[in-house]
Design a protein around this ligand. Sequence first.
Ligand code: NAD
Ligand code: UD1
Length: 341
Amino acid sequence: MMILVTGGAGYIGSHVCLELLNAGNEVVVLDNFCTSSKLSILRVQEISGKPVLVEEGDIRDRAMLERLFQLHNVTAVIHLAGLKSIKESHANPLSYYDCNVNGTMQLLIAMGNAGVKKIVFSSSATVYGSPRSLPLSETHALAPINPYGRTKLFVEQILADLSLANPDWRVGILRYFNPVGAHESGLIGEDPIGSPNNLMPYVAQVAVGRRDHLNIWGNNHPTSDGTGVRDYVHVVDIAAGHVSAINYLDHGQSFEVNLGTGNGFSVLDVVRAFESASGKKIPYIFGPRREGDVSSCYADASAAKKLLGWKAHRDLSAMCLDHWRWQKANPDGYSGRAISE
Ligand code: NAD
Ligand code: UD1
């Protein structure tokens, strides 16, 4: 199969490309590289020994999309391209609706025109908003509390309407919990722009000496040690979930599932696991709770297992070891390596 991966140069996208290639698919990446590096694709080719076709462009550019579908014999789309900072989405909601919602609209129209009707979409646990019950199952109310989360929910609803009106469309919605870690080669991984908002990349930058200490947002949450609890899931497991989803859509109906482990770990659990993986001390300071943070969030991961036969295999220790291998080899992310690559 020839799969179009939008956002394929990004953190999750690069791992998805690799898993698709390893499973025998051909891959064409569409990316405008606004938050990623072209090096990630070169590294995916290096690890897999297989070529990746790259189209540089914006998902909002319909004419370009129509040309792309004419040029490549795409059988399915994995749609990861989008903006993902909650903070930025509060400051600039229109750019989030434009990129994430309008961009997806242009993609879906171009797909329809080209007769490509199979899509897997990157959604997020953020669509649930503040958990009313745990673990979070797919039947939990959908009530995102920030513009970014609403862009994800709107796209989910557009896709649901589309597949309801046209049963020949097959839609797979994957709600990721907290993707962390990196490919075991240490060649591809997460490379956030500026100061990381998320926990694991921040901890990794402390370990590698780019930052002095970690600020822990709150030590008075109603959790075992007072720090926030999340469902961290290895990015390679997440990537494998996309291959399962695409394969399932060959015969199965549209679906939405959580991709998580079902286990919750606190910030202090992560700090200890990372210290042991890296052999580095992670100094930390307790600060106030972060606005919009929930105390605990973890998945009911049973639907993905039942429907797709997918489950996460890698534990927190493997997540930290792999994240550290990437960070240690690439202390400044992709920008730190020689340009000659
Ligand atoms: P990322 O920023 O590393 O990757 C996003 C990719 O999309 C980048 O390569 C970027 O250049 C590209 N892109 C953005 N806007 C584009 C546009 N208009 N046209 C073409 N390309 C564009 O982020 P990621 O962590 O790999 O996330 C991938 C997807 O997964 C996103 O949709 C994100 O919302 C979703 N998601 C991520 C997480 C997470 O914790 N990383 C959690 C839940 C959902
Ligand atoms: C954040 C987003 C969420 C998004 C997810 C994955 C917010 C409010 N939520 O979720 O919508 O889907 O990332 O991209 O931004 N922490 C610290 N210090 C730090 C960073 C984080 O203590 O420097 C704590 C947080 O308070 C939280 C835990 O670590 O308890 C995990 O935080 P993070 O990695 O940002 O993930 P989420 O909060 O789940």
